[in-house]
Design a protein around this ligand. Structure first.
Ligand SMILES: NC(=O)c1ccc[n+]([C@@H]2O[C@H](COP(=O)([O-])OP(=O)(O)OC[C@H]3O[C@@H](n4cnc5c(N)ncnc54)[C@H](O)[C@@H]3O)[C@@H](O)[C@H]2O)c1
Length: 316
């Protein structure tokens, strides 16, 4: 079945039955995560919405149970900016003895001011990449138990703003640029999918990265209003929710859901996906257009180097 940039998560999930599948979606209570969980829940998946805000997460889980009639939807406390919190989530999930068929590493922060996670990582690298790295590798026993598990990792076209600074990924010595740091974290996510698939394809587990499109969500919350206006993302009335050329959250979640369920992706890993398709490398000058990525974001040597670094940084 083929989908395009106008397709929604509900279009993609149509006809799928996930009643025997267990899924975890990080940041599943808002933005693209909420649209992703809605689609997975409507297909009957047993679902954990993992996030920091228990009140909001539990309310979203209750709302989804009522809306879909799927009673197997719960909230799980998870702060990706704390390896201790990730370890507790992993411990509790593994203690249930359940397999994990779909893990959507969706949560993220963008262009925040320089700050460090509990473990001393720059916030974006720590949250978007290292927290998810620790989560996914921690959940490996459950992913292996599923037999054919899929990991979906939310990258971005913003990967073009930053390769990995292997010598100083946490901006301890170099001048901080919030967009470059976001770019680095999203390059790391794409490389993670390559490194993960390389290691685990033989176990039947694959990981792909996803560019969801441009969607007005709360991701923009760290940008000052004047900057948002300058970029055309806000006006005197606040955020421009229906910006021409931008997707709705339901359209933005389509590629995540496609990555999780598309039959044509069975056994396919380490790819960068955009608009419900496998994207192509961009080798010309300038920014990669829709459907393209910069080759360094899937470079196997980079992926290996990042894997080793991430293991070292998250080892406890
Ligand atoms: N919106 C876009 O245009 C766009 C474009 C490209 C990529 N993305 C990516 O899509 C993903 C979803 O973004 P969104 O647009 O829905 O934004 P959003 O801000 O609406 O949602 C992000 C979610 O991540 C959660 N989160 C942030 N820090 C966390 C932490 N430390 N621990 C646990 N959860 C945490 C937030 O609470 C929120 O639920 C992100 O990874 C983002 O980088 C978005």
């Amino acid at each position: 079945m083929s989908f395009d940039e106008g397709s929604t998560a509900m279009d993609v999930i149509d006809g799928h039955d996930l009643r025997d599948k267990v899924a975890v979606v990080t940041g599943g209570a808002s933005g693209l995560g909420a649209a992703t969980t809605r689609a997975l829940a409507s297909a009957g998946a047993q679902l954990v919405l993992a996030g920091r805000n228990e009140v909001k997460g539990a309310a979203k889980a209750a709302e989804l149970r009522a809306a879909t009639g799927n009673g197997a939807i719960e909230f799980g406390a998870l702060d990706l900016g704390s390896l201790a919190s990730v370890a507790v989530f992993v411990r509790d999930f593994l203690a249930t003895g359940r397999p994990l068929h779909i893990l959507v590493n969706n949560a993220g922060v963008m262009a925040c001011p320089l700050a460090y996670t509990d473990d001393g990582f720059e916030t974006q690298f720590g949250t978007n990449h290292l927290g998810h790295f620790a989560l996914t590798t921690g959940l490996l026993p459950a992913l292996r138990a599923a037999g054919d598990a899929r990991v979906v990792a939310l990258s971005s076209r913003a990967h073009r703003r930053g390769d990995i600074y292997f010598d100083d990924p946490n901006y301890r010595r170099r001048a901080y640029d919030p967009w470059q740091a976001y770019g680095q974290s999203k390059t790391a996510v794409a490389l993670f999918a390559v490194g993960f698939s390389h290691r685990h394809e033989a176990d039947g587990i694959t990981a792909n990265s996803v560019m969801p499109g441009a969607i007005m969500t709360d991701l923009q919350r760290h940008l000052p209003h004047e900057r948002l206006v300058e970029m055309g993302w806000a006006d005197e009335n606040g955020l421009v929710r229906n910006k021409p050329g931008w997707k709705t959250p339901e359209q933005g979640a389509a590629t995540s859901v496609w990555a999780a369920v598309a039959p044509e992706l069975a056994g396919v890993g380490g790819k960068y996906l955009d608009n419900c398709a496998i994207a192509e490398p961009w080798t010309k000058d300038g920014d990669p257009p829709n459907g393209h990525y910069l080759p360094y974001a899937v470079d196997p040597d980079h992926a290996e180097r990042l894997w080793v670094l991430s293991e070292k940084l998250t080892a406890r």
